[in-house]
Ligand binder design. Structure first.
Ligand code: GAL
Length: 353
């Protein structure tokens, strides 16, 4: 059995663009512990009790800041922005002006560009071992986006084993914003095999089918009688139909489920019958990108010394829809001066009954 321990503070002391990096840890009354770094305002570890009371680290990640810099997969645990997910052809129009972004994912712009928020050292403040606040000011024009964006991401660890993530952003020029957290979860423990036998339940009635570049066509499609029907809990491997054209385009699941649940009702649940660990997701966001880690390449070795292979983790990225800046029928991602962008997501851990 793997014995999981939190990474060491000293291994997270580094520097990016003359800013120092650190590790922060939160602990609650039930013994759950979560570690963060200011590099990418990211989650490094999540230790939660399994059905036998052992602490399991369910978040993929690395044991030192240097491993994060060198990693093949750049988004482990990170706060992603200014625009999480894809913008088709790296371009959009806003108030009559065309903005061009770097195409870092085939023809698309992905996750705010190569120097997106995941690659910045954020300012930070830790309160009472319960909450950590990260702040970043993205200059006007950074990665091609208009407006100075002031972003605040806070993580709070409750005594009910919830990680409560709150996002807030303001701008001085009209811009687009889509923020998410990109934690890769494996509820059997990071590095412990694939997630294909995890059970998934998502109450979404519709999802967004994608084209060959993983861009939504622009319409919602019913999940009924498809590989995307998780309205009743199903094992990933049993739902994942390799003949399905959508599954082929995503190389597995890499699709947005349309979320109609309010913050008080579960928007997605995943659990493992092996560890007994259950993750419930609650969010104010209209979409959840369910991604089965299809592009994890095996080049990265994680905290406990195991390689991160394809489908060795899943993400539930709460967000607005991909390519919304080019889709007037999607919920708007436009933020104007004077307005405040706010959004909340809760990752709640528990045990299967
Ligand atoms: C996900 C995206 C995947 C992949 C991953 C980063 O959000 O949907 O296709 O790009 O990020 O490796």
């Amino acid at each position: 059995m793997t014995i999981y321990t939190l990474p060491k503070h000293i291994d997270f002391e580094g520097q990016v663009n003359a800013k120092n990096t650190h590790l922060f840890t939160l602990k609650n009354r039930t013994g759950m512990e979560v570690a963060f770094t200011d590099f990418g305002a990211r989650i490094v570890s999540i230790l939660v009790p399994d059905k036998n009371g052992n602490l399991i680290d369910v978040a993929l990640g690395f044991k030192s800041i240097h491993d994060y810099f060198a990693a093949d997969e750049k988004y482990h645990g990170a706060s992603v922005g200014r625009y999480a997910n894809r913008i088709a052809n790296g371009r959009f129009e806003l108030e009559g002006k065309t903005y061009t972004l770097q195409q870092n994912n085939g023809p698309n712009s992905l996750h705010g560009g190569p120097q997106g928020f995941h690659n910045k050292v954020w300012d930070r403040q830790v309160s009472m071992q319960k909450k950590v606040d990260f702040y970043y000011t993205s200059p006007d024009g950074e990665e091609g986006f208009p407006g100075t964006l002031n972003v605040h991401v806070s993580y709070e660890l409750s005594n009910d084993n919830e990680i409560i993530i709150h996002y807030r952003a303001t701008t001085d020029k009209t811009t687009v914003v889509n923020l998410t957290n990109h934690t890769y979860f494996n509820l059997n423990g990071e590095g412990d095999g694939d997630i294909l036998s995890h059970m998934v339940e998502i109450p979404a009635e519709t999802y967004l089918p994608i084209d060959e570049h993983a861009i939504p066509f622009g319409f919602e499609s019913p999940v009924d009688e498809t590989a995307f029907d998780f309205r009743l809990a199903r094992k990933i491997v049993e739902a994942l139909n390799p003949e399905d054209e959508q599954i082929q385009r995503g190389h597995g699941y890499d699709h947005t489920f349309v979320n109609k649940q309010p913050l008080t009702q579960v928007a997605a649940t995943v659990y493992s019958e092996v560890s007994g660990i259950k993750l419930d997701v609650f969010t104010t966001e209209p979409g959840i990108q369910f991604y089965t880690g299809n592009f994890l390449s095996g080049k990265d070795t994680g905290k406990s010394g195991n390689r991160y292979l394809s489908q060795s983790a899943f993400c539930l990225e709460t967000q607005h829809f991909p390519d919304s800046p080019n889709r007037s029928n999607f919920p708007s991602v436009v933020l104007k001066p004077g307005a405040v962008f706010e959004s909340t997501t809760i990752y709640k851990f528990g045990l299967v009954k």
